[in-house]
Design a protein. Sequence first.
Length: 106
Amino acid sequence: MLNYKGYSGQINYDDEMKILHGEVIDTRDVITFQGRSVDEIEKAFRESIDDYLDFCKERGEEPEKPFSGKFILRMPPRLHHKLYLKANRSGKSLNKWVVETLDSAK
């Protein structure tokens, strides 16, 4: 996995074409890159991100951010209530309790 300016790229190998190719995986916008070596694919990845950011700037648009820090989760009301009670008993807000619980599960 490649990382640059908060964006992540996943790489695959095409054995017929004998090239590495990849895609930025944490945006809805399609950002791809390719190369024939590790150095080339890493450089192409960074250049693709920079090109994307420049393109957005030229158009006066905000680039899509990989993650906002917001995570919307739907669950049954009964489970929501149980989790709220558990967080409350631990002296934490539901948000803080969920974040800590998820962080410890990684």
